[in-house]
Design a protein around this ligand. Structure first.
Ligand code: 5GP
Length: 199
């Protein structure tokens, strides 16, 4: 994206020509790397779910971008549903408290469910979610996550489809926010320290 939107009354775009967003310190996973990996994972999903019609369950809000891009590389027929759970608020530390803010619309009993996540950090969110979903009697229950962090305190989560391991730093972009910003960046990166502490 290279338009600057100047003078047309529109908000400035997230990506300006010539480099990443000015608040980004470092790009950890580029847009090209993400798209390449999603095509590989989609090919695996096509193989694994051949002849079936999996239900993709996106965990809002973060997973909406990865779910949309992944789904367009998958060729087996898909259905979609979403859940919203509370985890971070606008702070950068996990609370460990998981609350369902929006439940599924569909009944998943007997369905092949593939949960799509943006990032697994401590694993607490997904661990809770998987237990909750398993109790509803799906035929199968698997996880696809774009990112994971090497948190030592992590609950072990079976991640059947995995994009990238990132270091133990707070990242934004590609669905991930800081105080609701930066979700639409097409890559994953870290923020400049001044963004957290503008004083
Ligand atoms: P967990 O329960 O695995 O510790 O945290 C999972 C959730 O925390 C993710 O779905 C995401 O919403 C949020 N999260 C974890 N790490 C990061 C991060 O580096 N950046 C952002 N923006 N959110 C994160």
């Amino acid at each position: 994206m290279t338009t600057d939107g100047a003078g047309d009354g529109m908000a400035p775009p997230m990506v300006v020509s010539g480099g990443p967003h000015p608040d980004i310190e470092r790009v950890l996973v580029s847009s090209a790397q993400i798209q390449r990996r999603l095509r590989e994972l989609a090919a695996e999903i096509d193989r694994d779910y051949a002849g079936r019609q999996p239900l993709l369950v996106g965990v809002l809000k973060g997973a909406f971008i990865v779910m949309a891009d992944l789904a367009r590389y998958v060729t087996v027929p898909l259905e979609f549903d979403f859940m919203a759970v509370s985890s971070y608020g606008s702070a950068t530390k996990t609370s460990g408290v998981v609350r369902i803010l929006k439940d599924l619309d569909l009944d998943i009993a007997g369905r092949d469910v593939l949960v799509v996540e943006d990032i697994v950090d401590s694993g607490l969110t997904l661990n809770y979610l998987l237990r909750n979903l398993r109790a509803r009697g799906p035929a199968s229950l698997e996880v696809m996550t774009l990112l994971s962090k090497p948190d030592q305190t992590r609950v072990e989560i079976p991640m059947r489809y995995h994009g990238f391991a990132v270091p133990n730093v707070f990242v934004v972009g590609y669905g991930l926010d800081y105080a609701e910003r930066y979700r639409s960046l097409p890559y994953v990166g870290t923020l400049k320290p001044a963004v957290y502490d503008p004083s």
